[in-house]
Design a protein around this ligand. Structure first.
Ligand SMILES: Cc1cc2nc3c(=O)[nH]c(=O)nc-3n(C[C@H](O)[C@H](O)[C@H](O)COP(=O)(O)OP(=O)(O)OC[C@H]3O[C@@H](n4cnc5c(N)ncnc54)[C@H](O)[C@@H]3O)c2cc1C
Length: 314
């Protein structure tokens, strides 16, 4: 009944039901693993940093597995400081070989993910300086799913395009994230495969990646957008998926107002609308400070629209 639809379901459920073509994760390359994240409190972060921080943690994980002390499913887990004092959020659990599109398998993954979280809790408390008195205080309410369906769009983003740092004329946002592929082979040295974007470290993402092939009234955004497995591994993160949503929302409005089909949209007009909203479509002159508290140093440059709406910004 809807005149326009944006599929932001993660699994491309709408596109699947509507008959658009897609690639199932795992069809060609190993599907990325599933992860239950968990939070721990009472972590002495200064002690942890003094003992070597991230580098020390990686070494401890290797030692725990090779000595047989703790059967960690993944040796490259990461722990991230939270806003709440002495709390960390951890991405370490690794569940593979179960499909997030099948309710029974997803249930099994949920159970296994939670089991693994407590294996890591033991490891942290026993082996990692600063964690002696730490406890799990929360699990992600659902296991995190990295990829399931990827719709075939008017354009399909490829690894080669990402690594070439292309800025196509019809770009709707920029992506500065590396390829981060959480492979399911827990025995390999490269558990998580990383590849950084050379040069500027940034590439532009074409409008066609959010338009299912042949679509006149449907857009697809988020982790089910149109990309190959490895390009998706770079472009599936939160900031990018939000940019896709912003572009698709604006495109849907433009499509209704001008009676334009999704696959024949005036992309110049869409880009102007995005720029007016403050979207960054060109590589900025200044490099963002990504150090521990560096985000505080990054100045917010108000757009003309911001200035009109919030006079204090002028
Ligand atoms: C463990 C893990 C760690 C990650 N770490 C990072 C990180 O550090 N930084 C980063 O940027 N990215 C990270 N990512 C990637 C990022 O979180 C995801 O790729 C991104 O959130 C995908 O967004 P999405 O909106 O496409 O899908 P989802 O986040 O899966 O959202 C889809 C939503 O649609 C809802 N939905 C589905 N069907 C319907 C329906 N019929 N009606 C209504 N609602 C529906 C679902 O309930 C869900 O809330 C991580 C991902 C995982 C799994």
């Amino acid at each position: 009944m809807a005149r326009r639809v944006i599929d932001a379901s993660g699994d491309a459920d709408f596109c699947h039901l509507a008959g658009f073509a897609y690639e199932l994760a795992g069809e060609h390359e190993p599907v990325q693993s599933l992860t239950t994240t968990f939070r721990m409190s009472n972590v002495e972060l200064d002690e942890y940093e003094r003992a070597g921080g991230k580098t020390m943690l990686a070494r401890k994980m290797q030692e725990a597995v090779s000595s047989g002390r703790h059967p960690l499913p993944r040796k490259e887990g990461s722990a991230h400081e939270m806003n709440a004092q002495k709390c960390i959020s951890t991405v370490a659990v690794k569940v593979a070989g179960l499909s997030a599109l099948n309710a029974d398998e997803l249930t099994k993954a949920e159970v296994e993910g939670r089991r693994q979280a407590f294996v890591y809790e033991d490891f942290f408390r026993d082996d990692v300086p600063g964690y002696q008195n730490a406890n799990i205080i929360g699990l992600s309410h659902q296991i995190g799913v990295r990829e399931t369906r990827r719709v075939y769009g008017e354009h399909r983003l490829t690894k080669e395009e990402c690594l070439a740092g292309l800025l196509p004329d019809d770009r709707i946002f920029l992506c500065g994230a590396p390829i981060e592929d959480h492979r399911h082979d827990a025995n390999g040295a490269d558990e998580t495969y990383w590849e950084y974007i050379p040069g500027s470290g940034v590439y532009g993402v074409p409008y066609g990646t959010i338009v299912p092939k042949g679509s006149r009234s449907v857009w697809v955004v988020g982790r089910c957008f149109s990309a190959t497995h490895d390009a998706h591994a770079s472009c599936r993160s939160m900031a990018q998926t939000m940019s896709m949503g912003q572009a698709a929302g604006l495109a849907a409005v433009q499509s209704l107002r001008n009676d334009e089909a999704a696959n024949c949209l005036n992309v110049n007009q869409l880009q102007q609308g995005l720029r007016d909203l403050g979207a960054i479509l060109d590589i900025p002159d200044t490099v963002a400070d990504t150090s521990r508290h560096g985000w505080k140093n990054n100045s917010l440059v108000p757009t003309e629209r911001d200035k009109q709406q919030i006079p204090a910004l002028t």
